[in-house]
Design a binder for this molecule. Structure first.
Ligand code: EPZ
Length: 417
């Protein structure tokens, strides 16, 4: 099993480019099923979840090819509406294919997506919306089978602004005969990118980024060319690494507006942040200051995916910070590992109290989820001595060449097979 080996104590200085967004490209890859054409997607990150999505597309009958960081998907030959269980289990977000397959084939059979390390990942909001659009859904033996003659249109209200449910409704309504609205829709930037992609195809969708999205169904969609937005969580992770080590780091290929909840917290830590058009420079003296209270919330609140990396930075702050993780019930699994490195973090339910220590100490650690893996690596960058982080299969789901980027900033880090 490969592991990351880090010799901590080095300040980070220099420039690193942020890759395309995992959480934008996954629904966009699903959306290629809708148009039966050739789709050219630029700045597609080389991540496990992207590779899994491409395997699902190929299993459906699509052709896929890479040219550098551009992926070309030809969805002309969709031959089945079925996704094998093995592929569904590889990543939880494969549920996003359900809406796209129903829209193209009027039927779909997929296995229930696995839970994940963050706790149960229900899909009741997705299925409730589909039923409201006239889709018959049968759940039996671990499989979901959907059938519909003609997709209805309706005004859907989401009980919770679910990112995936919002995206699935956009995908299933894009080719329906009429207008569908989604109120209490999720407002994440990745949903705006999906709307942009779909509208390039010929869809008529508006309101993404607000809590009401309107989808006016059209009769056909065509293949398109698109560049994926930058990954705001990867950007937040590099900023958190600089906050934990001190130094001056410029990250390029960022959209500063997407980072505001995180940069606001880092400013409270006393970090200097200078924004240019599509770049940002963070300058950190010695220890960061604590942040009174961070609560994770749907966008534009503080993003849950940035909680673990920012917690690592706060674990060496000159004071006590409090975090409330409101989005997932089990997203503190990195805490015991951080405490093994000398952090002083107490968790009670959804609340974590982080009493900053001057410096962490290197240890052998193991990650059990994607952002937790990044958090342990950041902790290792600060720690005195050597830190090992196992569980890189989780890291590789969301970070492309993370150790290369950090080494380029001066970190002593290497991946050992
Ligand atoms: C997306 O997951 C992201 N994944 C997650 O990023 C991110 O943490 C999450 O949104 C919240 O921002 C992708 O975009 C691929 P949700 P998603 O539906 O769509 C509950 C990462 O690290 N819920 O907004 O699954 C759910 O249990 C990943 O990159 C229901 O109850 O998130 C959770 O508590 C992790 N019923 C909350 O809503 C449903 O039908 C948010 O889930 C759906 C969701």
């Amino acid at each position: 099993m490969s592991k990351m080996v880090i010799e901590g104590g080095r300040r980070l200085d220099g420039l690193v480019r942020v890759h395309g967004s995992k959480n934008a490209v996954l629904p966009i890859l699903a959306a290629t099923v809708l148009n039966g054409g050739t789709n050219i997607i630029h700045d597609c990150p080389g991540l496990k979840d992207v590779y899994s999505s491409i395997e699902i597309l190929k299993g459906l009958g699509c052709k896929a090819a890479w040219e550098g960081s551009t992926v070309i998907i030809d969805s002309g030959g969709i031959a089945t509406h079925y996704i094998p269980e093995a592929l569904m289990r590889e990543m939880r977000s494969s549920i996003i294919f359900l809406g796209a397959i129903i829209s193209r084939c009027r039927k779909a059979t997929i296995s229930m997506p696995g839970g994940c390390e963050l706790g149960p990942r229900p899909i009741d909001l997705h299925l409730k919306a589909f039923r409201q659009l006239g889709i018959a859904i049968d759940e039996a033996h671990g499989y979901i089978t959907c059938n519909v003659d003609e997709i209805k249109c309706d005004d859907i209200h989401l009980d919770f602004p679910s990112v995936g449910a919002t995206e699935n409704i956009m995908l299933v309504a894009a080719l329906a005969n009429g207008v569908t609205t989604v109120s209490n829709a999720a407002k994440e930037p990745e949903i705006v990118d999906l709307q942009s992609y779909l509208n390039k195809m010929g869809a008529k969708i508006s309101g993404a980024g607000t809590s009401v999205i309107t989808i006016e169904g059209v009769s056909a969609l065509g293949g398109v060319e698109h560049r994926v937005i930058p990954d705001r969580i990867v950007a937040a992770t590099y900023l958190s690494a600089a906050a934990a080590t001190g130094g001056s780091v410029t990250i390029t290929n960022v959209i500063p507006a997407h980072l505001q909840p995180v940069t606001s917290a880092l400013k409270e830590c006393g970090c200097g942040l200078r924004q240019e058009k599509d770049a940002m420079t963070i300058t950190v003296g010695d220890r960061p200051r604590p942040v009174d209270f961070i609560r994770t919330l749907p966008h534009p609140g503080f993003p849950t995916d940035a909680q673990p990396p920012v917690m690592s930075a706060l674990s060496v702050a000159a004071g006590t910070s409090v975090i409330a993780e409101n989005m997932f019930e089990n997203r503190y699994k990195h805490v015991p590992e951080l405490n093994r490195m000398g952090a002083d973090i107490k968790v009670d339910g959804r609340v974590a109290v982080i009493r900053g220590v001057k410096r962490l100490s290197g240890a052998k650690t193991s990650a059990t989820d994607l952002r937790g893996a990044a958090a342990l690596i950041i902790a290792g960058l600060n720690a005195e001595g050597v830190t090992e982080v196992e569980g890189l299969c989780h890291l590789d789901r969301g970070y492309e060449f993370f150790e290369v980027g950090l080494a380029g900033l001066g970190a002593n880090i290497k991946r050992v097979e």
